[in-house]
Structures are given as structure tokens and as C-alpha cells.
Design a protein around this ligand. Structure first.
Ligand code: SF4
Length: 284
């Protein structure tokens, strides 16, 4: 994110401050922890004005690779208290799909970071998002057991199982997903295993939710200053809803933005849980 866009974000926040009761800042990537200086800069800017909000929350979706104990401590001091980390399998299975640019695996370091986080006294919520796909479904019960052994007694760790899907992009057709019926059966099986585990609310599987993309008061500011609603369909013009101007004002493409509010009008589950599902299939 350029210095100009960082400044525009701050100007946007300053401008909106008088009308906000609460502010939630979610950090996404790519990988947000590749740019800790920007996270530090914007978070400190918000924290210095925190007394003016009734409520301020900050969360991060990260691959966990760079989230060592020191960085975790710093992020928590910056008000970032909830983290979501995706895991595709235990050890080698995770490394099949989650490799570094040089081909090396990432799992051991991510696990070591999570174990370090567990050793701290910090107040955080770490959601381990386990991705369900045909290639790993047989290993997921073992993965759940290993996670239970390592983190089961720590209430700061949660597990959410989610099927992967095709949401667009160059490699979309190469991604193996479940057909709906298989997915339902696999999720049912996992749910019965999960429900036998301890901890109310510690484990969740699939389920319908309201995606932030369908909420009128949620906006993605991209690193280039473009505005979006969905954090997956990053290459589609249908998700290019406007621009953050250098003075912090928002310039919307009203007809493109309006399409994302369909769920808010119809209250239909499909439009609320994933507006991109329909929007992405529409002919332009
Ligand atoms: S609109 Fe759909 S694809 Fe986009 S972030 Fe929401 S659930 Fe994911």
C-alpha cells in the first residue's frame, strides 16, 4: 500500500469519526504480515483516537507463518485480538498446498508459532480454519485429534471447518472441490466427530453466515486504493465498486456497488452468505 493510500485511509477514518459508534478493522492480504509497518502505522492512528469510538475491534486473517511471539505481542498491543489461520492438513498435507515461493513447506513454522502463542498469557482468539477438500478429507479426523491434543485445553483457540470452493481466478478449474452431496455427507461426519469433543463453541463446521460483503457498512480498501466488497473475487470488475480518493473521500460506482446489497433487500440466505455466488455468475 502506497504512502498516499495510507494517508487517504487515515483521512477517511478522521472524516468519519464523528458519525461512528464502532469501528472494526480487519487485516487481509495476500499476507498482511508482509507489511507490519503499515499495520503499525494505521493501527496507532486509530488507537490514538480510540476514546472517540464506543467500540473498536481489529482482526487479522493471516497464514500464521510470520506470527511469532514478539509480533503477536505487538499486534495485541495494537488492538488486534482475533486471528484466523487457515490449515489444509497436518504437516506434509498442509505443505502440499501451502508452500513458500522456493517450494519449502510452511507447516512446522506455523505450528511452532501457534504453540508459542499458547505459551503466552495474552488475551486473543485464534480461529484455526481447517479447509475441507477431497484430497484431505480422510486425514481431517486425525488433524482434529492433533489440534485437540495441542490446543484443546486452551479456550483462546477455536476450530472452524470449511469446504474450499471455486471463486474465480486463473487456477479455478484445477481446484478440486466436493460436489454438494459429498460435501454434505463429509460435513455431517465431521460434525458428529466434532460434537463429541469438549468445549462449547470451540468447534464449528460449515454453516450459513452473513458475509461481510453483503453488509452495507463493510468495505474493502485494497492496497491500490480501489474499493471492493468481496475479499475473494479480487480480479473481477463486478467487485471493483469504487476508489478511495487521496483526500479520504469515497467515490463509488453506484450501479456496481448496489448489486452487493441484494441480500440486505431480499434477506435470502444465498445472497447474504455469499453475494459473490450469484454476482459472479451473472452475464455483464
Ligand atoms: S462474497 Fe462469497 S466469496 Fe466473497 S468473501 Fe463473501 S463468502 Fe467469500
Amino acid at each position: 500500500m502506497s504512502a498516499e493510500t495510507v494517508l487517504a485511509v487515515k483521512q477517511l477514518i478522521s472524516r468519519r469519526l464523528p458519525e461512528l459508534n464502532s469501528l472494526t478493522v480487519d487485516w487481509f492480504g495476500g499476507e498482511p504480515l508482509l507489511e507490519p509497518a503499515i499495520i503499525r502505522d494505521i493501527s496507532e492512528f486509530v488507537l490514538n483516537r480510540k476514546s472517540r469510538y464506543a467500540e473498536y475491534k481489529s482482526n487479522m486473517t493471516t497464514n500464521g507463518y510470520l506470527l511469532d511471539k514478539d509480533l503477536l505481542s505487538e499486534l495485541i498491543s495494537l488492538g488486534i485480538s482475533q486471528f484466523q489461520i487457515s490449515i489444509d492438513g497436518w504437516s506434509g498435507l498442509h505443505d502440499v498446498t501451502r508452500r513458500r515461493v522456493d517450494g519449502a513447506g510452511t507447516f512446522d513454522r506455523i505450528l511452532s508459532n501457534l504453540v508459542s502463542a499458547k505459551s503466552t498469557k495474552h488475551d486473543f482468539l485464534m480461529t484455526l480454519r481447517l479447509h475441507l477438500m477431497p484430497s484431505n478429507v480422510k486425514s481431517l479426523p486425525e488433524l482434529l485429534d492433533r489440534i485437540e491434543d495441542e490446543f484443546g485445553k486452551d479456550d483462546r483457540f477455536r476450530v472452524h471447518v470449511k469446504s474450499i470452493g471455486r471463486y474465480g481466478g486463473a487456477n479455478d478449474k484445477n481446484i478440486e472441490t466436493y460436489w454438494k452431496t459429498e460435501q454434505v455427507a463429509a460435513i455431517r461426519d465431521l460434525r458428529s466427530r466434532v460434537s463429541s469433543k469438549n468445549g462449547v463453541g470451540k468447534y464449528s463446521v460449515g454453516g450459513t453466515h452473513i458475509c461481510y460483503a453483503s453488509k452495507p457498512n463493510s468495505l474493502v480498501i485494497r492496497s491500490n486504493g480501489k474499493l471492493a466488497k468481496c475479499t475473494v473475487a479480487m480480479n473481477s470488475d463486478k467487485n471493483n465498486v469504487g476508489t478511495l480518493l487521496p483526500n479520504g473521500k469515497l467515490q463509488f460506482k453506484k450501479e456496481v456497488l448496489d448489486r452487493w446489497f441484494e441480500g440486505f433487500r431480499t434477506l435470502e440466505a444465498v445472497d447474504l452468505s455469499c453475494p459473490w455466488y450469484r454476482i459472479g455468475r451473472e452475464k455483464t
